[in-house]
Design a protein around this ligand. Structure first.
Ligand code: SF4
Ligand code: SF4
Length: 428
């Protein structure tokens, strides 16, 4: 694609990077067929190619974004299916991140949109605040019809109940069982601690059982992905810096073989820290070091090997590939191989490449499209006649569970159960 940025524009490293990305696109349109929003809406401007064109215009002209342009960029899930499909290696992720940041800095959204986005950014990354908000949403749900329209999806998505903080999520060290094979930091995360505390508990049990010392580093928190995807780059960088500082303390102290994420959306973000800070002399080297150590839990487990403790529970498991895992991190085979080696019968749904509509805060900000994608995904999953659905991302778990009667669990919960841990709560 031809671009016409001025020398002055190209002096900005983000614009220079976007220019490189734009120039790699050859307009072939292969990506349109695998884009969930194009599949649903059939509008070129809701396809990757259309959005790439909109972002080129936006960035080149340096103009105020129009409401129409913002609508089409907002509808993008950042699922990165287009990156898997693109034969020219167009790095859509970094382009849309830049586009979202540009919109955030140059476009004044209607009041309710600004209020909801500010609320999400101020609450979800902080487990204490989020726990209180969920409790409030549970109380307010019977009166949801009286709430402003923009707030209703937030009330509808709140879980049925909320548990207190899990002791696992406090800063501490869990010793390895038997001889120590590896030492790793686990990203305890933010929203997952509130809506799925059993996931970190299962992860710690499983990793320590396999000979890993696991630390929850003091000072680490939200990975920054949630606010990053709504264009709040400053806030996401602050959250990333806090994590980098916390883990560097571990790296320079007792040492780390890996930094493990068990929410694939977070893992994708950790692996991008090196890029995020590439121009920051004070942080670039440390960020790159953290990114190099970042692993999805399934990558680590694949290296360790999982052997069932006895006869595996005879369950048919439908594996839902989270976009951030299959497209963002290119991890496709490991979770299925691990489930199979633990003794489960693994089945896969049709249209496995399509997003379930969760996509961070997408299901809260774009509820209509998100629900259509969820229902389509659930129909494909249920067609495999599963006993249980497994996936590697808390966002997908919450999204799918709201649309099906089949139990939805994290992959590590099933692996933990097969190797001697308790039966997952969702199956009890
Ligand atoms: S990230 Fe997903 S929704 Fe966005 S353009 Fe690419 S395929 Fe479409
Ligand atoms: S597949 Fe790649 S090169 Fe082709 S239009 Fe899409 S982004 Fe551009």
């Amino acid at each position: 694609m031809q671009t016409r940025f001025s020398e002055a524009q190209l002096a900005d490293p983000d614009t220079a990077e976007s220019n490189r990305i734009l120039r790699a696109c050859v307009h072939c349109g292969f990506c349109t067929a695998t884009c969930p929003t194009y599949v649903l809406l059939g509008d070129e401007l809701d396809s990757p190619r259309g959005r790439i064109y909109l972002m080129k215009e936006l960035l080149e002209q340096g103009a105020r974004p129009t409401a129409e342009t913002v609508k089409h960029i907002d509808r993008c899930l950042s699922c990165l299916s287009c990156m898997t499909t693109c034969p020219s290696g167009v790095h859509y992720q970094h382009l849309v991140d830049h586009g979202r940041q540009y919109i955030e800095e140059n476009y004044r959204r209607p009041f309710m949109q600004r209020a909801v986005r500010a609320l999400l950014a101020a609450v979800i990354p902080y487990p204490g605040r989020f726990r209180l908000a969920v409790a409030g949403a549970i109380l307010a749900r019977p009166f949801a019809r009286l709430a402003p329209k923009a707030l209703r999806p937030l009330l509808a998505m709140a879980p049925r109940g909320v548990a207190g903080p899990s002791p696992v999520d406090r800063p501490q060290v869990f010793p390895a069982e038997g001889p120590r094979r590896m030492r790793m930091a686990l990203l305890a995360g933010c929203a997952q601690q509130v809506v799925g505390p059993q996931i970190n508990e299962a992860t710690v049990r499983l990793l320590t059982r396999l000979g890993c010392e696991v630390t929850i580093a003091r000072g680490a928190g939200c990975c920054g992905a949630l606010v990053h995807h709504i264009g709040r780059t400053g806030q996401s960088h602050d959250q990333a810096r806090a994590n980098i500082a916390a883990w560097m303390h571990e790296i320079d102290g007792p040492g780390l073989d890996a930094i493990v994420a068990n929410a694939s959306g977070c893992g994708t973000q950790l692996k991008d820290y090196g890029f995020m800070f590439r121009e920051d002399a004070a942080w670039a080297a440390r960020a790159a070091r953290v990114s190099a150590l970042a692993k999805d839990v399934s990558e680590v487990l694949a290296g360790l090997g999982v052997t069932p403790a006895g006869a595996a529970p005879a369950l048919r498991v439908a594996y839902h590939a989270a976009c951030s895992l299959q497209h963002g991190q290119k991890i496709r085979t490991e979770p299925k191989a691990l489930l199979s080696s633990a003794g489960y019968a693994v089945v896969e749904p049709a249209e496995g490449h399509l997003c379930c509509g969760s996509a961070g805060t997408y299901n809260l900000l774009q509820p209509e499209l998100a629900t259509r994608l969820r229902d389509r995904k659930v129909a494909n999953l249920e067609a495999t006649k599963p006993d249980v659905i497994a996936t590697g991302n808390i966002g997908c778990m919450t999204q799918l569970a709201a649309g099906t009667g089949v139990s939805v669990v994290h992959t590590v919960e099933l692996l933990d159960w097969a190797t001697g841990g308790p039966k997952p709560a969702a199956l009890r």
